[in-house]
Design a protein around this ligand. Structure first.
Ligand code: UTP
Length: 290
């Protein structure tokens, strides 16, 4: 498989689960401590070797583009005030990677959002990172890099998987496959939101993917599935019938910040990981519980 240089970052969705906040502000700009979710996503992609990304956006999401564009008046002020560390941190965002914004004019689902990037991807293997989901790694390797390494080794598309409680399988896309000792799963198929007693496993699809360009054929011909949307999972199911496909139980954790509870968990986890907040926050949490 060729190296993975490109990423597609779907960020066009309505974010109804996070209303009322998302009425005026894209959910991809929800802050986790002091950075918007989508900045963590791009930093993960860059740390994984991605050099070019397409962010899929819709009307009302213009602020995402503004977050990644230089603001000369602000930079001049920071320079003038000698706030050079802050200035550097902002310039680092601007230089993360080459960004392209692709509109999704009708919100027809995640699969349709990915399909908008077919021309951008131009026949290469590519990563997909959901723009509203942050990850942490427990082995020092960014989650997207874990997937890219697995894809290069196995020679096929790889989907991030996480173990979920059995009784919650009906909230997730779940894999049916055979897991080897390294956590690599040879996928037979995917099942959308199975009841716990019918679920083939408790391994859920988890917001990060490395895909081969053949996925676009299945997305183009995809019929609207659940909720009238073009589902990425449906196209993945079709793809795994014609080429080997894998899942990876990645080392780390993910938080879907588009869910209010996950947003709170992500905020606490990321704040606890910051030395300047750790002790005070841990102390306060202990106090809160007693
Ligand atoms: P979600 O499944 O969370 O959907 O999308 P949503 O519509 O944004 O949110 P809720 O369920 O109404 O709260 C996962 C990712 O895919 C993007 C979203 O922006 C999010 O980053 N997405 C979803 C699109 O780009 N286009 C779509 O049509 C749907």
């Amino acid at each position: 498989m060729n190296p993975v240089r490109k990423a597609v970052i779907p960020a066009a969705g309505f974010g109804t689960r996070f209303l009322p906040f998302t009425k005026a502000v894209p959910k991809e700009l929800v802050p986790v401590v002091d950075k918007p979710v989508i900045q963590y996503v791009l930093e993960e992609a860059a740390a994984s070797g991605v050099t070019e990304a397409a962010i899929i956006v819709s009307d009302g999401k213009e602020a995402i583009g503004r977050h990644f564009a230089p603001v000369s008046a602000l930079y001049d002020r920071l320079r003038h005030d000698g706030k050079l560390a802050l200035l550097e941190s902002l310039e680092a965002i601007d230089g993360l990677m080459k960004l392209t914004y692709i509109p999704q004019t009708e919100l027809k689902g995640l699969g349709d959002a990915v399909l908008r990037a077919e021309e951008f991807v131009a026949g290469e293997p590519f990563a997909i990172l959901l723009g509203d989901t942050v990850t942490t790694s427990s082995n020092g390797v960014p989650v997207t890099r874990q997937l890219i390494d697995a894809a290069m080794k196995a020679g096929g598309a790889v989907t991030a998987l996480e173990r979920v409680p059995r009784e919650l399988t009906n909230r997730y896309g779940v894999v049916d496959g055979v897991e080897d000792p390294d956590g690599l799963v040879h996928v037979k198929t995917f099942v959308e939101k199975p009841a716990p007693e019918e679920a083939p496993s408790n391994l859920a699809i988890a917001s990060r993917y490395v895909m081969t360009p053949e996925i676009f054929g299945f997305l183009r011909n995809g019929k609207p599935g659940k909720g009238g949307e073009i589902q990425l999972t449906d196209a993945m199911r079709a793809l795994c019938a014609v080429q080997p496909m894998f899942g990876l139980v990645f080392r780390g954790r993910r938080h879907d910040v588009g869910s209010k509870l996950d947003f709170v968990k992500a905020t606490l986890e990321f704040a606890l990981a910051r030395p300047e907040f750790h002790d005070a926050l841990a102390e306060w949490l202990k106090d809160l519980r007693t």
